[in-house]
Structures are given as C-alpha cells and as structure tokens.
Design a protein around this ligand. Structure first.
Ligand SMILES: Cc1cc2nc3c(=O)[nH]c(=O)nc-3n(C[C@H](O)[C@H](O)[C@H](O)COP(=O)(O)OP(=O)(O)OC[C@H]3O[C@@H](n4cnc5c(N)ncnc54)[C@H](O)[C@@H]3O)c2cc1C
Length: 462
C-alpha cells in the first residue's frame, strides 16, 4: 500500500502535524505515522508525570492549533485544572491534552483521513520512484508514501567527556541520557552528584531528585554557569524593541537592545517583543553573523529567552541559597575513578587553576543546541543518497522557507518536508510549541495542496 503521507517521528512536531492533516485531508486519504515512542506525541518533553515539571510557556500560548489559541486553556478548564491563561501548567497535563486532542479527531472516523500508527523507527530511505519515497523500518517492514514529513527532533546529547576504565559497578552511575528516568530511583539520599550543563534539563533533574527524597549535594558544572531566568508571576505586555535599520551587526543590535533596557524598558517585555520577529531577523543575518551569534551570544540568549516558571525558579533558588546545590562555571578536564566514586577535574572559568570534586554520580544535562544529523542513521543514509543536505551551520538539514527539504545541489525535493528543530538553519526559532504549531499548519496545508494537485492531474489524464 502507498500512503498519501508518512509522518516520521513521535514527538510534538509529529502530533501537531498529524492533527492539522486530520483537519485538512479528505476521508479517502491515508496517513502513516512512524514513531518509536510508546507515548506518541508526548516525546521527552510531555511524557513526565512529575507535577513540578511545568511548562515554561503560559497556557494561553500552548494550544496545538495556531488558529485556535484558546484550545489548551479550554481543555484545562474542562478538566477542572484551573485554566488561567497565565498559568504554567504541568507538562504531564499538556501531554494528556495532546493525547485527547488527537483521540478526539480520530473518533470522527467517517469524516477524517485514515491514520495508521506504526511503532517502529525508520532506518533507511531506499529510493524515490513515481510513488514517492520508500522507507525501511527497524521492524522489518517497508513503507511507501507520496509525501513524507521528517519530525525527528534533536536526538540526545553526547557526554562532553567520556570517563574511561571504570569498574562495572560505576558505569551505571554515568547517566548519558537523564530522560531515561530509571536512574533516579537508584540514587541514594546522600549521594553526591555532578551535573554537566546548567539549563532547563538540569533544573528538571534537580527538582526530580529532591522530590524523590534525595538530599545530597549537587554540583552543576557548565562553561559559563548561567542558569535560566524566571518568567514574571503576572502577565506583562510585550514591548517590541526598536532595532536600527540598515545594519544587522550583532553588536549594534545588542547595543540598541541594551540602551532600551537602560532607559527603563523591562528586558523580559523586550525579549517577548522580539520573539515574533526572531525568525525574520535570523533570515536577515548573513552566515558570518549567524555563526558569530552561535559562538558568542547563544548561552546568553538561552537563559533570557528560555525562561522558567516563577514557581520552579523559586524552588531552585531555595536550593542554591541553602547551599545544597552549587553552580560552577568552568571547563571539564577529566573524570577518573577514585575508589568507588568519581573524581571530576575542572578548570574554574577565568583561572588557570585545577579544581576537583568527588561525586557518586555523573549526569549529562548538556542538552542539544542543534539537531545535526549524527544522531540519526536515517538522516545519514538520506544524506548519502543526496536526498538531504545539512544546512551551512550544521544546525539541521537544509529546507526552504516553506519547510521543503532542499538537496545538496539546492534542488527542492518534491514531497519531502521537515518540521521542528531539524529546520533551525532556516528558521532558528523553531523549538517551542508556538513556533512548531505554525510550521506544522503550513506544512499540512502544503501537503494537502500537493495531494489535491496530484488528484487533479490524474483526473486530467483520464
Ligand atoms: C524537557 C522539555 C521541556 C519543554 N518544555 C516546553 C514548554 O514548556 N513549552 C514549549 O513551547 N516548548 C517546550 N519544549 C520544547 C518543545 O516543545 C519540544 O522540544 C518539542 O516537544 C519538540 O518535539 P519534536 O517532535 O520536534 O521532537 P522530539 O520530542 O524529540 O520527538 C522526536 C521523536 O521522533 C522519534 N524519532 C527520531 N528518529 C526517528 C526515526 N528514524 N523513525 C521514527 N521515529 C523517530 C524520536 O524517538 C522522538 O520520539 C520543551 C522541551 C523539552 C525537552
């Protein structure tokens, strides 16, 4: 069977695309969704059941539908879970909302396209023929589709440094991917922990540890030691920053931004005001300016742009103040085994000194700044076959402004789109719900149009 659309992936991007396709495509069409995540659509972000894992975007901006902004708030109300637009709901509830939304559309079977959920990973893309692309799945199945949308997410980050020659008993205490939450239950209450990375993932893990009764010291180590800022507890109106025309020099843009803060504009309001312009600004930067941004400004951008709920921030702040969590700015030198523990060597930022810490666990929370393709055998294979190309900065793959995949010679690949972080080279601001849902809607519309055109040309030929 040839499917009209194959959605490859099982996180938020895949569900946002699928629900949009269901709204658009006629009942005669067929969609295959190929993903290896048992809690389809919830991905790493929204499968948690831990109530302190909160959304970092207010409920009013988390509807899965770009054209129905109140959908999530209404769902919260219908479930008796509050429903204030400024609420930072739990991520687990958001996962349930996604599940309910999809289920609601699937129930209207006679009016909607048919969806086959295939629990598998796509491993190889075999060839393109008149009927689109053909995939091999790790289940041994093959699948063919006229339109394909890659929704593969970021993958998981590599350890910044790999400890060697560890006793077997200690190997389990190196947590490469903290989202495999099984490790939390093995931590003893007094264990000391070193976490690499000081962003959102670190905060999640620290709060999860504390909620499970862990009381030992936690050392957080990152190059700059920057921790995400908090949202305000009340709604503040976004203020669009005034940026100089005619230049896109980063230092000039930053200077203009800072001058407005010095003149009294709240920085959070300015950051929020910048948000709707970020994609357009990114497009105006040349490659050199983009790469300077990634080299020099990214760490600062992340902590100001990706803020956390006031509730989560104050919990974390409390742990910093009572000294049980310490954040260090520095560079990891090495990890060795010392008896039955680890000794982590690092150079504190701004010094030439060597410092050490002895801990029972090493946890990698460096997260992923860029998707790249190295995490995905499928993408590597597609690159070998010249079906995709990496974007120039290596953030993901090349796509045009309509999220159509662009091959190595700059040619648009008919019927092949990508959604989510893979497209950061083109859009930059494309990791959070408010951006992905717009992209998912646009791609669903393009796929629907492709199918309509195809049907029209077939009927012309008859
Ligand atoms: C902890 C966390 C909290 C977040 N909180 C918020 C928030 O509050 N608000 C907000 O707006 N954004 C938030 N985000 C950002 C954003 O919503 C998520 O990153 C979003 O869920 C990304 O979804 P995705 O589908 O693109 O990627 P992912 O969630 O990574 O999903 C990709 C999926 O595709 C599967 N896959 C990969 N390769 C294949 C293959 N070859 N075949 C089949 N399947 C494959 C993977 O196994 C995975 O399940 C958060 C992100 C994280 C990680």
């Amino acid at each position: 069977m040839v499917h009209d659309v194959a959605v490859v992936g099982s996180g938020f991007s895949a569900i946002a695309l699928t629900v949009n396709l269901l709204r658009l495509l006629p009942p005669s069409t067929s969609i295959a969704v190929i993903g290896d995540d048992p809690s389809f659509g919830r991905g790493t972000a929204y499968r948690t059941e831990f109530h302190l894992h909160r959304l970092n975007v207010p409920a009013a901006r988390m509807s899965v539908f770009a054209d129905q902004p109140d959908d999530f708030v209404e769902w919260l109300r219908s479930k008796g879970k509050g429903g204030s637009a400024d609420n930072f709901a739990s991520r687990g509830d958001y996962g349930l909302y996604l599940r309910d939304t999809l289920a609601g559309l699937l129930r209207q079977r006679e009016r909607r396209a048919n969806v086959d959920f295939i629990r598998a990973k796509a491993t190889t893309c075999i060839h393109r023929n008149r009927d689109g692309l053909q995939f091999e799945l790790d289940s041994g199945q093959e699948l063919q589709a006229r339109n394909v949308v890659l929704c593969l997410g970021l993958g998981s980050a590599e350890m910044p440094i790999k400890p060697r020659n560890l006793d077997t008993s200690l190997q389990d205490h190196v947590v490469q991917n903290p989202w495999r939450l099984g490790w939390l239950s093995k931590v003893r209450p007094s264990d000391e922990i070193c976490i690499f990375g000081s962003g959102l993932t670190m905060i999640d893990q620290v709060l999860s540890l504390r909620a499970r009764g862990h009381r030992g010291r936690i050392h957080v180590l990152s190059r700059r030691g920057l921790v995400p800022h908090s949202h305000l507890s009340h709604h503040a109106t976004a203020v669009e920053p005034i940026l100089p025309e005619g230049t896109r020099q980063l230092s000039t843009l930053l200077g203009a931004f800072r001058a407005q803060v010095r003149a009294g504009a709240p920085w959070r309001a300015l950051m929020d005001g910048l948000r709707p312009r970020t994609q357009a600004l990114w497009k105006e930067l040349n490659q050199e300016q983009r790469s300077r941004f990634l080299r020099h400004a990214l760490a600062w951008w992340n902590v100001h742009r990706h803020r956390i709920s006031p509730q989560v921030f104050s919990q974390f702040q409390h742990l910093l103040e009572n000294g049980t969590v310490a954040v260090h700015a520095g560079f990891i030198g090495g990890i060795e085994q010392k008896e039955d523990r680890f000794q982590v060597a690092y150079r504190p930022r701004g010094t030439q000194a060597q410092a050490h810490m002895n801990v029972d666990w090493i946890v990698n929370c460096t997260g992923m700044e860029r998707a790249g393709i190295s995490h995905s055998p499928l993408l590597q294979e597609m690159q070998r076959q010249s079906m995709i190309a990496m974007d120039e900065l290596g953030l993901g793959i090349s796509v045009d402004p309509f999220s159509r995949v662009v091959g190595p010679q700059g040619q648009i690949q008919p019927g092949l789109h990508a959604v989510g972080a893979l497209t950061a080279g083109q859009f930059w601001e494309i990791t959070a719900v408010p951006d992905i849902r717009n992209q998912a809607k646009q791609v669903a519309e393009l796929v629907a149009l492709n199918l309509e055109n195809k049907a029209a040309s077939l009927s012309d030929q008859r």
